[in-house]
Design a protein around this ligand. Structure first.
Ligand SMILES: C[S@@+](CC[C@H](N)C(=O)[O-])C[C@H]1O[C@@H](n2cnc3c(N)ncnc32)[C@H](O)[C@@H]1O
Ligand code: SF4
Ligand code: SF4
Length: 371
């Protein structure tokens, strides 16, 4: 089966690379800092829509060099931004990574504001690159009024539903396309998320995966964390992961990721309670962040740069060998050295540490039995 082969191949490659790779197997690339929304808790808000930044944006030729030099060590690419579908050369960017690296899974979050553009580009990608899983993640933060208030974009809810419908039509003929929904848990939507999920079902929106995420970033204050209350988040997140309808019951890829995320919540719960993410942090080793102007960061919550890839001949390996990265690791990785609420660190811990595999298997069996 296509999806199972691909996901097994992804995990076996990640595990194989772990032992000797000098560059992280997962890259998060913020392709643009342009955005047509104005979301209240956006993790990239400090960089959005700055005119002086646009002229510094990595060109397609530069992206091609980065992909070439990254080579076969890259297996998962996540785009971010800004709004990725505002970048007109998005297909060419993806093409570069598919051609030069070992990328098996590409994840693109979107605010869903451009249904036709998104559907056209996605259809073209999944038709051209049938061996790569493309996950499109629609960001929806609440029912109509709450979503549009949080995102500062009147009419966005309807556009997002339209985007879902157009993508759903593409998904029917392309098994390498997955449609996900991502909801950022925040003070304005805590009491609205269950209603949002019911509304999506009423609109016949059945996603391959749905998740709520706990916010991260320097702007998330202690008081906000108290309001957000991780126990409440945990209960909601677990009930969604365990009971939301499964779009395709033979889709092992999506079921496995659900099982992993069920375990991820447990790890995140422990680290948030103990205020000790540093204990499991391997930011920059398993996952690296590259922004639109070439700056490289080991993690999103603190945006502490370790250099610009232009100054390292477009080589991620050279940045990973730099003194700046060594200093970063020494000061952040380890018991009580640093703290944040970034779910990716907990997720990487679960994926890369075999001690969690029996639990993931148990979660997977439960999902299969209950479906
Ligand atoms: C930064 S956005 C970029 C892509 C696109 N503009 C969008 O909104 O989907 C990527 C994802 O991060 C989520 N996000 C935004 N701020 C966040 C934060 N502080 N913590 C965690 N996730 C956040 C968004 O809701 C979205 O699902
Ligand atoms: S749409 Fe995405 S990038 Fe734009 S402000 Fe919202 S979360 Fe940030
Ligand atoms: S623990 Fe520190 S270094 Fe690690 S991801 Fe969180 S903020 Fe970044």
């Amino acid at each position: 089966m296509f999806a199972s082969n691909n996901v097994f191949s992804y995990f076996s490659t990640v595990l194989r690379l772990l032992s000797f790779s000098k560059v992280p197997a997962d890259l998060v690339y913020f392709v643009t800092s342009d955005c047509n929304c104005n979301c209240k808790n956006c993790l990239f808000q400090e960089s959005l829509n700055k005119t002086d930044r646009r002229s510094l944006q990595l060109s397609l030729e530069e992206v091609d060099k980065i992909a070439k030099r990254y080579g076969k060590n890259l297996v998962k690419l996540s785009l971010s931004g800004g709004e990725p579908f505002l970048r007109s050369d998005i297909l060419e960017i993806l093409g570069s990574f598919v051609t030069h690296t070992n990328v098996k899974i590409i994840d693109i979050p979107t605010n869903g504001s451009r249904p036709n553009v998104i559907a056209d580009k996605v259809k073209c990608f999944v038709t051209t690159y049938q061996n790569v899983i493309l996950e499109i993640q629609l960001s929806v933060d609440g029912t109509r009024e709450i979503h549009e208030k949080i995102r500062g974009f009147p009419g966005l809810f309807e556009l997002t539903l339209q985007t879902y419908q157009e993508l759903d039509a593409v998904r029917k003929d392309h098994r390498n396309l997955k449609i996900k929904m991502n909801t950022l848990y925040q003070p304005d939507n805590i009491e609205n998320i269950r209603e949002l999920y019911e509304l999506m079902l009423k609109n016949n929106c059945i996603f391959d995966r749905m998740q709520i995420v706990f916010p991260h970033g320097a702007h998330i204050q202690e008081e906000t964390l108290d309001i957000l209350n991780y126990d409440k988040f945990y209960e909601l997140s677990q009930s969604i992961l365990k009971s939301y309808p499964i779009y395709n019951k033979k889709d092992f890829h999506s079921l496995l990721f659900r099982a992993i995320k069920i375990e991820r919540d447990n790890v995140l719960k422990k680290t948030i309670k103990n205020k000790n993410m540093g204990k499991i942090c391997k930011a920059g080793k398993r996952n690296m962040v590259l922004d639109d102007i070439g700056t490289v960061y080991p993690c999103e919550p603190i945006w502490e740069p370790i250099g610009n890839i232009r100054d390292y001949g477009y080589s991620m390996e050279k940045i990973c060998n730099s003194e700046a990265f060594k200093k970063f690791k020494q000061s952040k990785w380890g018991n009580q050295k640093c703290n944040c609420t970034w779910g990716n660190i907990a997720l990487d811990e679960v994926v890369h540490n075999p001690k969690y595999y029996p639990k993931i298997l148990f979660n997977l069996i439960k999902l299969l039995v209950n479906k």
